[in-house]
Design a protein around this ligand. Structure first.
Ligand SMILES: C[S@@+](CC[C@H](N)C(=O)[O-])C[C@H]1O[C@@H](n2cnc3c(N)ncnc32)[C@H](O)[C@@H]1O
Length: 257
């Protein structure tokens, strides 16, 4: 049995790097379809092309970098732990000299100034106001002037509201059944049984997260030289492949002045 309670987001992804399924690095258990959809949408909006230098901060399993490479761009993925870096480097090592994976944080990428003309940071749950400010400052520093920055899946309300299952797996499964339906329940039940009867791990995650209103985020970004170009509800897909607009997450595209 391998059910592990993790304390921080950084620990969560270090553990995810050990999973058999590389999509675990995107945080979307059993839903690599969502990872492909979400990153495909970002790629459409960012219009990757030959010669672009794309930095993907918190690049998960590297799906976005793969898309950018297929459009002729050069991609740099940033991941916080050595375990994730090794796992994703292994994925690209033999077949790509246009993708680099480096260790770093949204607040400290270790990349040179103005290195990229397209920067993406999607689904990277930042910790608090200070972490958000540091990340915005860092993103602005590594982006060339007049270039685009995509910050996606930023929560504008508390996603833990109404999720009163704490760390109990049984209560969580019942919550899934009640709120997300039979299909999602069966998928989560299978995940739980696999964790009980095989070596595949299951993580009990930290519950609190940062959120802020679009107005607040846009004004915060502006103070770091990132002017809003457009913002819209984050889009995902259901088990039946229907496109769903998020009721708690917003995507933002900025231009670095
Ligand atoms: C939900 S996944 C999103 C992955 C990918 N961007 C996507 O949308 O498919 C979150 C990613 O953020 C990374 N991450 C978490 N905290 C981070 C931080 N402080 N700085 C940089 N990356 C971080 C994780 O390692 C993981 O790759």
């Amino acid at each position: 049995m391998s059910i592990i309670k993790v304390k921080t987001k950084l620990d969560e992804y270090r553990y995810r790097a050990k999973s058999a399924d590389i999509n675990e690095l995107s945080g979307r258990t059993n839903r690599s379809d969502i990872t492909h959809f979400v990153n495909g949408e970002i790629a459409k909006r960012m219009e990757f092309k030959q010669g672009d230098i794309v930095v993907d901060i918190g690049c998960g399993d590297g799906t976005l970098l793969e898309i950018a490479e297929s459009e002729g761009s050069f991609g740099i993925g940033i991941l916080p732990s050595e375990e994730e870096v090794t796992r994703v480097r292994d994925r690209f090592l033999t077949n790509s000299d246009r993708i680099k994976i480096e260790q770093g944080l949204a607040s400290k990428t270790e990349l040179p100034d103005e290195v990229a003309n397209k920067v993406v940071c999607n689904g990277v749950f930042l910790l608090d106001e200070e972490d958000v400010n540091l990340a915005l400052k860092e993103i602005s520093r590594i982006t060339k002037p007049n270039s685009f920055v995509y910050i996606g899946e930023l929560c504008f309300r508390d996603e833990t509201e109404g999720k009163n299952y704490g760390d109990s797996i049984l209560k969580w499964l019942l919550w899934v059944l009640w709120n997300q339906g039979g299909g999602e329940f069966l998928s989560r039940l299978k995940q739980t049984l696999r964790a009980i009867f095989t070596t595949e791990q299951m993580l009990i995650l930290p519950k609190s997260h940062y959120y802020c209103t679009p107005e607040e985020f846009i004004s915060r970004a502006k103070s770091f030289g990132l002017n809003i170009n457009e913002h819209f509800p984050h889009k995902s897909i259901s088990l039946n492949n229907e496109v769903i607009k998020s009721s708690s997450r917003q995507d933002y595209i900025f231009i670095k002045v």
